[in-house]
Design a protein around this ligand. Structure first.
Ligand code: SF4
Length: 243
């Protein structure tokens, strides 16, 4: 897979999201346990409700394996209620906390020194932790060179013809890791999700005003799916679209 495609994509994404570009992702090493709890709470939850739940949890119990392993289940449920599915999620958080406390003495920092595959294996062994969650933690908490693939990134990759319909999570991840330089993976991950939410949407993508339109094969995008009403409304400054 050509790195030229990666360079073109990055050019467009930098142009669209300069604020994201200016964040120094690699230096922002986040607490892996807290990130784990946030990802458990984040699925199918609005940002506002997620933040409410995280704030409640922080204030009422504290977000650490020790505190959450010892806290009564009902207290965790009560704190994370705004995020929804609170009973199921509280059990998951408590169970993850116990394992990390008992097996790793409450400290996941040793993962930083492991190779990616070994580190992934450890994270995937925790209850309810799937490939995307493990990879988000590896990238944002431990600075590993890895590209987590969410539903937006999967869809964009298929439409751009970078992968095919049947490509697995691992195939998509490896393809993107080849086309983007390692130090751009965190930016590319966040920017592609934003691009998928606002432009290359699941329903009615804004192809008519998309800066990638000139070189995108739009695989799987039927004419009916396009948002014709929005043609030209989306303002961008990409040099690629003017080539
Ligand atoms: S041209 Fe359409 S399908 Fe291709 S990336 Fe842009 S919005 Fe997505």
């Amino acid at each position: 897979m050509s790195s030229t495609i990666g360079a073109r994509l990055l050019e467009v994404l930098y142009d669209l999201y300069p604020d994201l570009k200016n964040r120094i992702w690699s230096k922002k090493i986040r607490d892996p346990f807290k990130l784990l709890v946030i990802t458990v709470l984040s699925q199918v939850t609005s940002y506002r409700n997620l933040m409410l739940a995280v704030e409640n949890l922080e204030k009422s119990i504290g977000i650490s394996p020790e505190k959450l392993a010892r806290a009564p289940l009902e207290d965790i449920e009560q704190a994370i209620r705004p995020a929804g599915l609170y009973r199921q999620r509280a059990r998951k958080i408590k169970s993850i906390s116990r394992i990390i406390l008992e097996k790793y003495k409450g400290d996941l920092s040793f993962i930083k020194d492991l190779d990616v595959e070994h580190a992934r294996k450890i994270l995937l062994s925790l209850p309810g932790v799937g490939e995307k969650t493990a990879d988000v933690i590896l990238l944002f908490s431990f600075g590993k060179e890895i590209m987590p693939v969410d539903t937006h990134i999967r869809r964009i990759s298929r439409r751009l013809g970078l992968v095919d319909e049947k490509s697995s999570y691992g195939e998509i991840r490896r393809t993107l890791e080849q086309i983007f330089p390692p130090d751009t993976l965190a930016f590319a991950h966040v920017a592609l999700i934003e691009f998928g939410r606002r432009i290359c949407r699941a329903r009615k993508p804004l192809c008519g005003s998309c800066p990638l339109e000139k070189f995108c094969p739009k695989i799987g995008v039927s004419d009916q799916k396009l948002d014709h009403t929005s043609h030209g409304e989306f303002i961008h400054h990409s040099s690629i679209s003017r080539r």
